[in-house]
Design a protein around this ligand. Sequence first.
Ligand code: FMN
Length: 365
Amino acid sequence: MKNEQTLLSQYDMKDLTLENRVVMAPMTRSRADNPGSIATDLMAEYYAQRASAGLVISEGSQISKRAVGYINTPGIYSDEQVEGWKKVTAAVHAKGGKIFLQLWHVGRMSHPDFHNGELPLSASALNPNDQSYTPQGFKDTVAPKEMTIEEIKETIADYGRAAKNAMAADFDGVEIHSSNGYLLHQFFSRTSNIRTDEYGGAIEKRAKILFEVIGEVKKYIPENRIGVRLNPSLHGIFGMTLDEETIPTFDYIVNRLNDYELAYLHLSEPFTDVTDVPGAEPHIAKHYRPIYRGTLMINTAFDREKGNQVLNDKLADLVAYGKPFISNPDLVERFAAVAETAEWDESTFYTTGAKGYTDYPTLKS
Ligand SMILES: Cc1cc2nc3c(=O)[nH]c(=O)nc-3n(C[C@H](O)[C@H](O)[C@H](O)COP(=O)(O)O)c2cc1C
């Protein structure tokens, strides 16, 4: 059975051979519950449990103090954080796994409580009208501060430092989080970016920051160890609203990504039903497979059968699984055995401690 499943076949992602095509999607789990936002031993155990994935992508890791928007998320800007992550990468590598770090800046999806009362930063001063999970519980978001050109340049430099740190922490590569309504996505979208300078207006200007970030990250990491994540049809959540320029903007971005020899492009199918939303693209893999020439990773609501199907249909090269990996540390082994998968418990997604984190059993345990 094993060899009949494309999901379980090896994949050469440029110079990195993945043992299978089952990727663990990046997932914030809020277990870095210490003042320095440092990855912990428990996190090392959690990732090691899931190391049989062809590739593990870490939870979003904030590139600077200003980049944070949720409690207990790990950073990648201090030396102590590098030391913390080293334990994670060593544990995953000891099990023969591969792991990329997700570089994260939440932009306006934050709250002044995280920034000594100062406003979060974004492309424009437009409130996402969402909620931020602060140390005092959920609070309404506010209108952020429109970034100055200097702040944009500093932020791009922060991505570079974070990439350098990721290498120092022995990650196999990084994924640039440019999806799900966070900072880079806020620049892409006309509804969150009304700037009139070189970073706003025309599609190319709204997309500019991503290519500058890639350029900075490339100073420290070869292109073939850099992934980019996009969620083109995100609508109605995380402060994002689709309009008729959204898909043309992503088409432009994906076309330009062809100019790089990236590790992969990671795309999400729509998180919500967008069939009746004007301008939305309900079939992301089908739409982007003909456009993108490199390795395409697809995500959202896949199970074993759908994962094999999308690969067999040649619509993607890799499939990223999120929630199934939370509750099935041995997801790959379960797929190989065509075994049942366990349901996840949402109530422990963002809590502290081992419960709902490292205590999900494997088939063998
Ligand atoms: C608990 C949780 C945390 C998440 N955190 C992140 C994150 O840090 N970065 C990111 O890009 N996506 C994040 N996501 C989105 C997942 O990577 C994935 O896109 C989503 O769960 C859909 O895939 P699935 O249907 O296989 O779960 C998160 C999802 C969940 C459930």
